[in-house]
Design a protein. Structure first.
Length: 92
């Protein structure tokens, strides 16, 4: 089984930019697996704001339960990718 990536390099850059703006960190400081709370001192309000901005930027809905998976850039990209795929499937 192959999986299709719905978030391209430009989308990934958008996601990283949103996160860095909200957490007020330089993009160079964030790796794919650096943890927002532990490595970048993010709080729960920042997480909610990230979720909200991502929903607007990508025109998707993300359940707040997904915040548990959105602990680093790779996790956020995965959640956004799944939401984009779900939206695409729903429109078929």
């Amino acid at each position: 089984m192959t999986t299709t990536q719905h978030v391209d390099a430009e989308g990934r850059a958008t996601i990283k930019g949103i996160i860095c703006d909200i957490l007020e960190i330089d993009e160079a400081e964030m790796t794919d697996t650096s943890r927002f709370k532990e490595d970048h001192e993010a709080d729960s309000m920042g997480a909610i704001e990230i979720l909200s901005q991502l929903e607007r930027a990508f025109g998707i809905d993300i359940d707040q339960a997904e915040l548990a998976r959105m602990v680093h850039l790779e996790g956020v990209v995965t959640v956004v990718d799944e939401a984009v795929a779900a939206k695409a499937a729903a429109s078929l």
